[in-house]
Design a protein around this ligand. Structure first.
Ligand SMILES: [Zn+2]
Ligand SMILES: [Zn+2]
Length: 640
């Protein structure tokens, strides 16, 4: 019998090495086996076969084989663990299917919305044809990486569809990643209409059993086109030929818990390991992609131009949140019929409650943020979920003079009801769209209504395609600009441009941006729909500051029960991390009662920095545990 190196799938950080087991001869790399580990049986993944056990090791016999992962996915997981500073076991858990317990009684999942079958257009545009030719060429060679860039409505989905068909023609499979399935029902519908039962959809609404069924169909080769969010990048397709990442600028591709992987980076690695083609599509690409990828440009929107954008300078226009120019546009829709989309990136009635007498803002007791006033009179913390009834009197001084500061989506909804009552209002935010069903129902109502406003947080700016949206408006373009993150301007530009793209896709449209900062960079470029201009400017700024794509960032956050210890731990760490540009340690907002501080490294070698930090921190682990400190090392963080 041969021997195998096996990683038992346990989440403990301390177990970061493989164990040797004696295995039957038919077992290969990627076999998922049941092993005895400690006093329990665990699943484990075979990562390597050996002729003889290492000296001094007494191998135990492996149990039954319970599944299988392709050797390429094993390599992908081991790379991921190394790059993001996680453990091999945690990374292998992402690619290893769970043991099957019972067959699902439920029917296979079907789309709840949008199955309006769409016939394939008989012709494609010249730019689509050129992009497809380049992709097909790379499929026949050894793969490649491309940025598919074109305005909203310029036909990116048709390129994905035809590129998938080309991959299928050559006997290969395709994976299409989308930011959130529930927000893109039309795209899923188009794939179903084109490829029928060959499409598998992986989304967060699936039960564990349904997910297993989809994975089995994929692994058996019955589904050769997989659509899904972030984790679908690990789908066990056979003969991967094509990996598309739609709306590649979307921040949801980054997982915010360990392993803190970025599905875009993982897609690039997987495509390289399996000789596949990776296509990243966006109307507002990331500077990272713009600077590094070969561009396939689709150009302007099909059958129309992008809508004119008007800036409403809130320093001169009264009436916030509904300025006179915006009200005039809404009144026109109320009178003649039509649809509008309004973006306000803040939930609740008012973002803060402020005492006019003593000047205090009501804050969460565990987080350093203001409590948000919601309809019904509750004050809620948007970070930890704490909730309390809004007091009548200021808790600090007893004054009844509590003023609501700012405007949230619920207040905007009330203003609309008062000022343009003839327009139906549909609100879309984390409070109304708690389930995929609720979200789908809201979108269906909007599609069917004739005089209607869809208002909400950034959800309203994501990939929906609605017929007949004449007006798109940003209530407050300044919310995102105030964030202390070097990506704040990039995100604001993307949001404004994406929202503008919701309007006028099939009818003449108009866009209004309300702002106190009409001269800020994102707004100046968004008004002209000047994506390449913004990116060129942003890339030169990043070059001066040595931000991505010019260097990588590694973020180290320490949290603890008091304010001093996290800063002290990071100061000690900083003294021993050398050779890179380090910023901090700096205190962060307190969260859920934990004081936090961060240290940021700008580096050309993120794996080395993360590895060195992990090594130093594990040496200090017992002392840190005693002090109640926890630590997170985040490679290529997406928020700072
Ligand atoms: Zn007071
Ligand atoms: Zn809180």
């Amino acid at each position: 019998m041969p021997y195998a190196s096996v990683y038992p799938l346990v989440s403990a950080r301390a177990v970061a090495r493989p164990f040797t087991y004696e295995v039957p001869p038919e077992i290969g790399k990627g076999a998922v086996v049941s092993v005895s580990f400690g006093s329990a049986r665990r699943r484990g993944v075979v990562v390597e076969l050996e002729e003889s056990p290492p000296p001094g090791v007494e191998p135990t016999l492996v149990g039954e084989v319970v599944g299988e992962v392709s050797p390429a996915l094993v390599d992908l997981a081991l790379w991921l663990a190394d790059y993001y500073g996680s453990t091999p076991a945690r990374a292998l858990e992402l690619v290893a299917p769970r043991a099957r317990k019972r067959r699902s009684e439920r029917p296979p999942p079907v789309d709840r919305v949008s199955l309006e079958a769409e016939p394939a257009p008989s012709t494609v545009t010249g730019t689509q044809a050129a992009a497809l030719e380049r992709i097909a060429g790379a499929l026949d060679a050894s793969g490649g990486h491309f940025l598919l860039y074109g305005a909203t409505g310029s036909g990116k989905t048709e390129v994905y569809l035809r590129a998938c068909a080309t991959a299928l023609d050559r006997g290969r499979s395709a994976i299409v990643l989308v930011p959130e399935i529930a927000l893109t029902p039309q795209a899923v519908g188009r794939f179903r209409a084109r490829f029928g039962e060959q499409v598998a959809v992986l989304h967060s609404g699936l039960t564990e059993a349904e997910r297993r069924d989809e994975r089995e169909r994929i692994a058996a080769g019955d589904s050769r086109v997989v659509i899904g969010a972030r984790s679908a990048v690990f789908a066990p397709v056979r003969e991967l030929g094509l990996l598309c990442v739609d709306e590649e600028h979307d921040a949801s591709y980054k997982q915010e818990s360990d392993p803190r992987y970025d599905a875009r980076t993982v897609a690039a690695k997987r495509a390289s390991l399996e000789g596949a083609v990776a296509v990243y599509g966006s109307a507002t690409p990331r500077p990272e992609s713009w600077a590094s990828l070969e561009r396939l440009e689709l150009g302007e929107r099909l059958g129309g131009r992008l809508p004119p954008v008007r800036v409403v300078d809130l320093r001169r226009e009264a009436g916030y949140p509904l300025s006179a120019p915006l009200l005039k546009e809404l009144a026109r829709l109320e009178e003649r019929g039509g649809k509008a989309v309004l973006l306000l990136n803040r939930r609740g009635l008012a973002p803060a409650l402020h005492c006019r007498s003593c000047g205090q803002t009501l804050r969460c007791g565990s987080c350093d943020v203001a409590l948000v006033l919601h309809a019904g009179g509750a004050l809620r913390c948007h970070h930890c979920g704490f909730s309390m009834p809004a007091p009548e009197l200021c808790p600090a001084c007893g004054s009844p003079e509590l003023a609501r500061i700012g405007v949230g989506t619920q207040r905007l909804e009330r203003e609309l009801a008062a000022k343009v009552p003839g327009l139906e209002r549909i609100r879309l935010d984390a409070d109304t769209a708690r389930s995929p069903e609720a979200l789908a129902a809201a979108l269906a109502r909007f599609r069917a209504a004739e005089r209607v406003v869809l208002l909400g947080t950034q959800m309203v700016a994501k990939g929906h395609h609605f017929e007949g949206v004449e007006l798109a408006a940003v209530i407050d373009a300044d919310t995102g600009l105030a964030l202390p993150d070097f990506r704040a301007e990039e995100r604001t530009f993307q949001l404004l441009t994406q929202l503008a793209g919701r309007s006028g896709r099939d009818a003449p449209g108009r866009v209004l941006i309300q702002t106190f900062q009409p001269d800020s960079r994102p707004i100046r470029f968004a008004v002209r729909h000047d994506v390449s201009g913004f990116l060129a400017d942003e890339i030169s700024r990043r070059s001066e500051l040595a931000y991505p794509p010019f260097r990588h960032l590694v973020r180290i956050v320490v949290a603890g029960p008091g304010p001093a210890a996290p800063l002290r731990a990071l100061t000690e760490l900083r003294a021993r991390l050398d050779g890179d540009e380090l910023s901090g340690p700096a205190p962060l907002l307190r969260l859920r009662g934990r004081y936090r501080a961060q240290l940021i490294a700008k580096t050309d070698a993120p794996r080395r920095v993360a590895g060195r930090a992990a090594q130093l921190l594990s040496g200090a682990a017992p002392a840190m545990r005693r002090a109640g400190l926890t630590v997170v090392v985040d490679v290529d963080p997406q928020t700072l």
